[in-house]
Design a binder for this molecule. Structure first.
Ligand SMILES: [Zn+2]
Length: 152
């Protein structure tokens, strides 16, 4: 069940310690979005905004987050889609679906970052941007925590 059917986007530099329910905190600086689980359980849900995690799009005053938010690592196991500030309940996750999602995520990250590495190598010493360097760390940390939870 979903208790918050609408979520308000709030652009912030730093995500506050105390989060309001029904608010999606978006930090473009840190490339991440955080909100309290829309089922009403209040758990913090972090959705990194990276090319292999979530994608945020804005339409006027409303925001959408894709793909769906699947909180299968939380006790509530809620699953919903945020589309134009509306929270749309999605189907429950099955174990098979979770496993295939983990495989997809791993494969997407592996192929994305190997392409990045190949690109960096060919760009050689001319590359002055180190922005990309912190992304695998964030994504890796998130994924590692999840995998530990699931299989540890
Ligand atoms: Zn929840």
């Amino acid at each position: 069940m979903i208790r918050h059917h609408r979520i308000e986007a709030r652009f912030v530099t730093e995500v506050p310690r105390d989060l309001d329910s029904g608010v999606l905190y978006i930090s473009t600086e840190y490339g991440t979005a955080v909100h309290r689980c829309c089922c009403g359980c209040g758990q913090e849900v972090v959705t990194p905004l990276t090319p292999t995690d979530w994608k945020l799009s804005t339409h006027g005053n409303t925001v959408s987050l894709w793909p769906s938010v699947g909180n299968w690592n939380l006790p509530c196991r809620s699953h919903y889609v945020i589309r134009r500030n509306r929270v749309i309940e999605a189907g429950p996750w099955t174990q098979g679906r979770i496993e295939s999602e983990i495989r997809r995520d791993k494969a997407a990250k592996a192929s994305y970052y190997s392409q990045q590495a190949a690109g960096d190598a060919s760009a050689g010493a001319q590359s002055t941007s180190h922005d990309g360097a912190q992304v695998p760390e964030i994504a890796g940390g998130w994924l590692a925590r999840l995998l530990r939870w699931l299989f540890g």
